[in-house]
Design a protein around this ligand. Structure first.
Ligand SMILES: [Zn+2]
Ligand SMILES: [Zn+2]
Length: 283
């Protein structure tokens, strides 16, 4: 597993790679645009060239992108649903130009106007429109959520149901967030719990077939609280054992992972990354 962090693109996309290299990242996750806005400046050939040059300079050549938080492919509102689809298509196009492995997204929220299952099917419908005729190498990756508010994707079954509804399954991937799973009620704190949770994920979703990326975060909230609050590694309710097991698990060798822990506390990403690298080196 390659280990890194979510890094800022402030000042230019390529800066995310430099920021990653500064703290020893082997890969990074980025937003390809301001994640709070629908519209963005188009990606210019110069931006792509600069980015590729920074890849060579920093040695960070594997990375993934997180989509905008505004996108809701499960929206019950037709207009917002269509707007989300076209914004997602734009994100995919940017991701392919830059060469991202996957485009991670939270599946969606039903805003209490649909059942969980109906919302999953709505997300699958959106993905079918998006993937019809799509030839890009970057795969949309469904991230498991904490289940806050009306967000779906907190049960592994939601993810399985979405994939089940997608025609082009080979174009799909998934991303696993340790804090979200824990907040959703999947225990990961000791070896027994860790094994049971990932066996379940494998059985319900499929590790080899779909899992490509990780978000490595501890959780500020206790098990099954259904609240999304990331914490620095070893300072939350999951504890370090989970992360030691995770980075040494052969089933995840092909994956890329990014920290999304708080940057202002406990030494931020740099300290958290050090812990992961030590665990992987067997120290
Ligand atoms: Zn995440
Ligand atoms: Zn989160």
């Amino acid at each position: 597993m390659l280990l890194g962090a979510h890094t800022s693109i402030s000042g230019g996309l390529y800066k995310s790679l430099e920021r990653g290299a500064e703290i020893g990242c082997e890969c990074v996750q980025i937003f390809s645009k301001n994640q709070q806005q629908w519209k963005s400046k188009p990606l210019l050939p110069e931006d792509v060239t600069e980015f590729k040059e920074a890849e060579k300079r920093t040695g960070i050549s594997r990375f993934f992108i997180h989509d905008s938080y505004l996108i809701n492919l499960g929206s019950p509102d037709d207009e917002k649903w269509r707007r989300s689809i076209s914004a997602f298509e734009d994100e995919l196009e940017r991701a392919n130009k830059l060469g991202a492995e996957v485009l991670v997204f939270h599946p969606g929220a039903h805003l209490k106007q649909m059942t969980d299952d109906e919302c999953c099917d709505r997300v699958a419908d959106a993905l079918n429109l998006i993937l019809d005729g799509y030839e890009g190498a970057c795969k949309p990756a469904i991230e498991n959520t904490a289940g806050q508010g009306s967000n779906i994707g907190w049960r592994f079954e939601h993810i399985a149901r979405i994939i089940e509804g997608v025609k082009h399954k080979a174009k799909m991937a998934t991303c696993y967030d340790t804090a979200h799973a824990f907040a959703a009620g999947y225990d990961e704190r000791d070896e027994k719990a860790f094994t049971a949770t990932f066996d379940e994920y494998d059985m319900v979703v499929g590790i080899k077939k779909y899992l490509r990326a990780f978000h490595i975060n501890d959780s500020k909230v206790e098990l099954a609280k259904r609240v999304d609050r990331h914490e620095n590694l070893g300072h939350g309710h999951i504890g370090l054992k989970c992360f030691e097991l995770l980075v040494n698990d052969k089933r995840f060798d092909h994956c890329i992972a990014a920290l999304e822990t708080p940057m202002e506390t406990h030494g931020g990403h740099a300290e958290d990354l050090k812990k992961l690298l030590k665990f992987r080196a067997g120290k």
